[in-house]
Design a binder for this molecule. Structure first.
Ligand code: NI
Length: 194
């Protein structure tokens, strides 16, 4: 496995549409593995191929993933079971790899505060569908469907947006979007100068 570079706003690869994967199969095992390692390391709960510079329709998500610093546990609080990496306890790993995902059913509306590994240091409330049914292919190319609500639903919609070149800040009102982009560009410039 290898950690990949995460592209950040305003890199143009984030604004491009990813192409369908004609034949999922073994050659995507490594990409999916690398994307998961990159996501867990960040740490994040979802990652789309655009974010690592690959314009193909594949996303990885894991909303059950949790990182606990043993020093942050309150007295008497149970220690979560899991793998220890760099002194942190990694629990609840349940990755899902979705190839060529398509939303076939939407229900309701909900909004949640979102963040993105490609939009560092920025969060905003975004309105999306509450419940979704997604058709996708797994890494072996098998057709599957998943029903998602809550965080998983938001996460899949957010990652699928990436495949269409859309960031969560693009879903804000015109005024908020312009403000966010200005702020991010300014931060980026300061970063480049230092
Ligand atoms: Ni994102």
């Amino acid at each position: 496995m290898a950690k990949l570079r995460i592209f950040t706003f305003p890199d143009s690869v984030l604004a491009k549409k990813a192409l369908p994967i004609a034949r999922p199969g073994k050659e995507y095992f490594k990409l999916a593995d690398d994307m998961l390692e990159t996501m867990y390391d960040a740490p994040g709960i979802g990652l789309a191929a655009n974010q690592v510079g690959v314009l193909e329709r594949i996303i990885v998500v894991d909303t059950e993933y949790d990182v606990t610093d043993p020093e942050d546990l309150k007295p008497g609080e149970p220690i979560p079971s899991g793998e220890v990496v760099n002194g942190q306890i990694i629990s609840g790993k349940n990755p899902i790899i979705l190839i060529n995902p398509e939303i076939v059913l939407r229900e309701g509306k909900s909004s949640m505060k979102e963040a993105c590994l490609s939009v560092p240091d920025y969060t905003a409330e975004v309105q999306r569908s509450e419940i979704i049914k997604v058709r996708y292919q797994d890494i072996d190319g098998l057709l599957r469907t998943i029903d998602a609500e809550g965080l998983l639903s938001v996460c899949i919609q957010h990652e699928m947006d990436h495949l269409d070149g859309t960031l969560f800040i693009d879903r804000l009102s015109q005024l908020k979007k312009e403000f966010a982009k200005k702020k991010l560009l300014k931060a980026r410039k300061l970063e480049e100068r230092s």
